[in-house]
Design a protein. Structure first.
Length: 98
């Protein structure tokens, strides 16, 4: 599992990096999925909002979500919720085709 956390115009601290890794790991365990790689990019916009974009690669499935909030943690949580929704939708689609 490779998780890359990048900050553009934004200092990504150790706390945020660890939070990203633990949340992604727990979400993948919850749905019994093996995470191949994940790229999480935090960008500080000129209007003081923080944008979080997440790209996750699973076996046979790529997921992407982006969110913009006032806080990096809120932006990340919102993007992870979108990723989780996509994952559930794809898993349900897979189960219905069996």
């Amino acid at each position: 599992m490779v998780v890359q956390v990048i900050g553009q115009n934004f200092d990504v601290g150790e706390s945020l990096t660890e939070r990203v890794k633990s949340v992604l790991e727990s979400k993948m365990e919850k749905y019994n999925q093996k995470l191949i790689s994940a790229n999480v990019i935090f960008t500080q916009a000129p209007h003081k909002k923080v944008s979080s974009s997440i790209k996750i690669q699973l076996k046979g499935l790529d997921l992407f979500a982006k969110s913009e909030e006032d806080d990096a943690y809120l932006a990340f949580n919102s993007a992870v919720d979108d990723i989780e929704t996509q994952l559930v939708k794809n898993l349900e689609k897979f189960k219905s085709h069996k």
